[in-house]
Design a protein around this ligand. Structure first.
Ligand SMILES: [Fe+2]
Length: 210
C-alpha cells in the first residue's frame, strides 16, 4: 500500500527526531500494510534545509530499500512558501519522478486567491494534491469548496488522524462527509510518530464503509 504523505524522514521537521525513530516508524508502517512511502517533510517557514533533507533521505531510503520498501522524496508545501520560491520553480518540489505536488493551506482560512494558485501550478504542468482538506475550517463549513477543488482537477488527501476524533473531531466529521461524497483520492498516514499509524489503520477501516 502507498503512503503519499509522511514525516518519517528524521531530523528535518516535527516528524521523526532520529534515524532510530524513523526505523521504528518503518516497522509501524509495515504493520499497517504500507510498502511504498513518500517522505514529505514540511516546506514551510524559513527553516527548510534542503541539504540536510537530501542527506537524511539518502540514509533512510537506503535502509528502507534493504527492508523491501519503495521510497520517494517529496515535500508538504505550504502555499506561502510557494509564492516565495516562485511557481515556476515549483516542479522542483514535486514528488520525485512525478508531476504531483502536495499542497498545504492554513487550517483557519484559505488564501483569497487559492484558485489562482491551483491554476498557476497546473499551468506549469503540476498536478496539485490538497493535503488534509478535512482540517480546513472553510471546508468544514462548506463542503462545496472541496467539490470546487475537485472540479478544478485537484486530488484530495485525507490524513489518518481524522479517525482519532478529539482534537480532530471537526476533521472527522468532514473527512466522513468527503468520503461519502466520493471526493477522496488518497488516505495517507501523515505520520509524525509511531503512534500515528494506529490512527491510520482506524482511518482505513472507517473508509471501508464508504
Ligand atoms: Fe503533514
Amino acid at each position: 500500500m502507498f503512503d503519499i504523505h509522511s514525516h518519517i524522514l528524521f531530523g528535518v521537521d516535527d516528524g521523526a527526531g532520529s534515524f532510530v525513530e524513523s526505523q521504528a516508524m518503518l516497522r509501524a508502517a509495515r504493520n499497517a500494510g504500507i510498502d511504498h512511502i513518500v517522505c514529505t517533510p514540511h516546506y514551510r517557514g524559513n527553516s527548510v534545509n534542503r541539504q540536510r533533507i537530501a542527506e537524511n533521505y539518502q540514509t533512510l531510503s537506503a535502509f528502507a530499500r534493504k527492508q523491501g520498501f519503495e521510497m520517494a522524496l517529496g515535500f508538504e508545501v505550504y502555499w506561502e512558501n510557494l509564492a516565495e520560491i516562485g511557481i515556476k520553480n515549483a516542479n522542483d518540489l514535486c514528488i520525485e519522478g512525478t508531476d504531483l505536488l502536495l499542497l498545504e493551506f492554513s487550517p483557519g482560512s484559505l488564501p483569497p486567491h487559492w484558485q489562482r494558485i491551483i491554476f498557476d501550478l497546473q499551468g506549469c504542468g503540476i498536478q496539485p494534491i490538497i493535503a488534509h482538506p478535512e482540517r480546513y475550517r472553510p471546508i468544514q463549513n462548506n463542503i462545496d469548496i472541496a467539490v470546487e477543488m475537485k472540479d478544478m482537477g485537484c486530488l484530495l488527501q485525507l490524513s489518518g488522524n481524522f479517525a482519532a476524533g478529539g482534537l480532530f473531531s471537526g476533521s472527522k466529521k468532514t473527512a466522513l462527509k468527503l468520503l461519502e461524497s466520493d471526493l477522496v483520492d488518497y488516505i495517507a498516514s501523515d505520520a509524525h510518530s509511531v503512534a500515528d499509524y494506529a490512527d491510520y489503520k482506524k482511518a482505513l477501516a472507517l473508509a471501508q464503509n464508504y
